[in-house]
Write a protein of this length. Structure first.
Length: 272
């Protein structure tokens, strides 16, 4: 796995990576496959630079302020690529997550755009299933995620050509067959995961070494942090995302942000 040795965050501009760059005239699916191959020997900053070169349109990075998203915020700013920073405020986040949002903006001098559920849709959801109706079954929980996350994401990504995420292979068994880059056909954009092959301990080392702001809940066993009612601490040895929607089967534990129209995660070599 390549080592991370880019310049300091406020140092000289980073040069374009010296690699064969996929022509931007390729079809989106072919371009995604080409970028996925080209990403493999590169460090994350080089991947971000290559993505910026290959995608001739706006880039959006969605952060939920998890450890990998904080690392990626740091690396995007280090790369000096132009990208919008956005987050989805579901209305049920931990206070610590809101505090980290503000701390991250102060630390880096940036603005992270918030996207929120539609008020009418949210009121209808709560009227139909109750304030905590998501505990009653998978369909109810998916309906909640659709209103609080998926619909706001559609607005956040409107007009984007590329979507940057903090997805990693070792977050869960269901994510191991994904890829560095895919074409999201439903949204009509390329989706890139620059930290896809980084294990959690390497992410944690970067965050510690570079003094990147992080959520104090990580120190209390909350390895993957989402909405407060749907997140618990994990026990030693449990998978990283075991604390998310813990009452559900492992294979169903996605919120819908990274699912194809048929309800499955996008796999390597496939497109949504």
């Amino acid at each position: 796995m390549p080592s991370l040795s880019p310049p300091s965050l406020r140092g000289a501009p980073t040069a374009q990576p010296d690699v064969a760059q996929p022509p931007i005239t390729q079809s989106p699916i072919t371009l995604a496959a080409s970028l996925g191959t080209a990403f493999q020997p590169l460090d994350p900053v080089e991947r971000l630079l290559l993505l910026r070169h290959a995608v001739p349109g706006p880039l959006v990075f969605t952060t939920s302020f998890g450890l990998e998203d904080q690392a990626l915020t740091h690396l995007i700013l280090r790369s000096e690529i132009e990208a919008r920073f956005v987050t989805l405020d579901t209305g049920r986040l931990f206070p610590e997550t809101h505090a980290l949002w503000a701390a991250t903006e102060r630390h880096y001098g940036i603005r992270i755009e918030g996207y929120y559920p539609d008020t009418a849709a949210l009121e209808a959801l709560v009227d139909a299933q109750g304030i905590d109706g998501f505990y009653t079954g998978r369909e109810a929980r998916h309906a909640c995620c659709a209103v609080r996350k998926v619909a706001p994401l559609a607005r956040a990504l409107h007009g984007a050509a590329g979507w940057i995420t903090g997805l990693r292979a070792d977050q869960s068994a269901t994510r191991q067959d994904m890829d560095f880059v895919s074409f999201d056909q439903a949204r009509g954009l390329l989706k890139a995961n620059p930290l896809f092959d980084w294990p959690r301990d390497r992410i944690a080392a970067l965050v510690s070494d570079e003094q990147v702001p992080s959520n104090p809940l990580h120190q209390h066993g909350f390895l993957s942090i989402g909405c407060a009612p749907c997140t618990r601490a994990v026990a030693p040895g449990e998978p990283e995302r075991a604390g998310r929607w813990w009452w559900e089967d492992e294979q169903t534990k996605e919120c819908g942000l990274h699912l194809s129209p048929d309800g499955r995660l996008v796999r390597a070599g496939a497109h949504a």
